[in-house]
Ligand binder design. Structure first.
Ligand SMILES: *Cc1c(COP(=O)(O)O)cnc(C)c1O
Length: 360
């Protein structure tokens, strides 16, 4: 067996310890004589798994008691519709469009509410986060929406927008649990877990209780009503059982690593190694304005598509996987989520340095 350094944007690298534990428990979970995959979601063993996962997540993120934690399906993309369907009161919502995922959310919302694009960075291929200190927030906006870390473009809101008192909704799929967060500043925080937390198939929604409506339009499918999931402890129907179990293990791993401040420190260290290299390189260039750089996703280019392709090919042969950039940006992208060891980033930079010397 040999493991590669996996720089995939998602599904992405998971802590090796978690994978080993899951492997050890595959045939017999804690004396039950079965895998978690085979277990009734109504069993005591599974109830303990989901309860403990929620408890650990609450502890890690310091989630206030007036927020619900929901483990749902449909990926982050289903939330693009669930959010306007459930949060709609006046039927108006403001969107800050800083990349493809924010744009998709904005477009989906138009089906259900009057969605306004109040800021965007599309003019420069989403390579920066616009100034959000004084935006034209709609007086009747039900919420203001952001994608906090832009997975494809490698930008991050380092300061939350001034929503002028309106509810903030954030897609944190690619920065989930990467640093401490003040949950009370948000109405809804949600993310697909396959970037930084677990296997694809689970989306976690953290929502302030008063935002969960008692009633919604009768055209809203039952499975898309927050209230149904909140009232049933995420078990209205069969939840993504195995995925939640792995997320629970990742929460414990992060706790053991020292929690979210320790995670942030490590992530800053890893990102600095890569950005420092890019800043001094004559061949490789980061594509993002320095003030907007993400700690998680780092896109870079050589400026020559053939050389980019050669780099990706040789990197793959050397054990660095999934470095090809998103098709809309080109070049390369290294996603260096929580579970990417610092050695992986160091090894990548050494490889880039060697490649630069050999090809210039
Ligand atoms: C990957 C990603 C999505 C889409 O997630 P799915 O689970 O595939 O629907 C949405 N938002 C962000 C920020 C992402 O990185």
């Amino acid at each position: 067996m040999s493991r590669v350094y996996n720089f995939s944007a998602g599904p992405a690298v998971l802590p090796e310890e978690v994978l080993k534990e899951a492997a050890a428990e595959m045939l017999d979970y804690k004396g039950t004589g079965m895998s978690v995959m085979e277990m009734s979601h109504r069993s005591k063993a599974y109830q303990d798994i989901i309860d403990e996962a929620e408890k650990d997540l609450r502890e890690l993120m310091n989630i206030p008691d007036n927020y619900k934690v929901l483990f749902l399906q449909g990926g982050a993309s289903l939330q693009f519709a669930m959010i306007p369907m459930n949060l709609k009161k006046n039927g108006v919502a403001d969107y800050i469009v800083t990349g493809q995922w924010a744009k998709k959310a904005y477009q989906e919302a138009q089906k259900y509410v009057k969605a306004n694009k109040i800021a965007t960075s599309e003019d420069k291929t989403f390579s920066y986060i616009p100034d959000c200190s004084d935006l034209p927030i709609s007086d009747d906006a039900d919420y203001v929406y952001i994608c906090e870390n832009n997975t494809i473009y490698g930008t991050k809101f380092h300061e939350l927008p001034n929503t002028k008192g309106k509810t903030l909704v954030a897609d944190v799929s690619s920065c989930f649990l990467s640093e401490p967060v003040d949950v009370s500043k948000y109405g809804v925080i949600y993310g697909g877990v396959q970037k930084n937390v677990g296997p694809a198939g689970v989306v976690i929604v953290i929502i302030r209780e008063d935002l969960i409506p008692e009633t919604v339009d009768d055209t809203v499918p039952t499975m898309m009503q927050y209230k149904i999931h909140a009232d049933n402890g995420s078990m209205y129907n069969t939840p993504p059982c195995y995925g939640i179990y792995i997320c629970g293990k990742v929460f414990k791993w992060i706790k053991k690593m020292g929690g979210l401040s320790a995670m942030k420190e490590l992530n800053e260290k890893k990102a600095k190694i890569l950005y420092d290299f890019l800043d001094q390189s004559k061949m490789f260039k980061g594509t993002v304005e320095p003030a907007s750089r993400s700690l998680m996703n780092v896109p870079f280019v050589t400026g020559d598509a053939d050389l980019d392709a050669k780099f990706v090919k040789e990197a793959k042969a050397a054990g660095f996987e999934n470095l090809k950039g998103h098709r809309s940006v080109g070049g390369m992208r290294a996603s260096i989520y929580n579970a990417m060891p610092i050695e992986g980033v160091q090894a990548l930079v050494e490889f880039m340095d060697k490649f630069e010397k050999e090809n210039s």
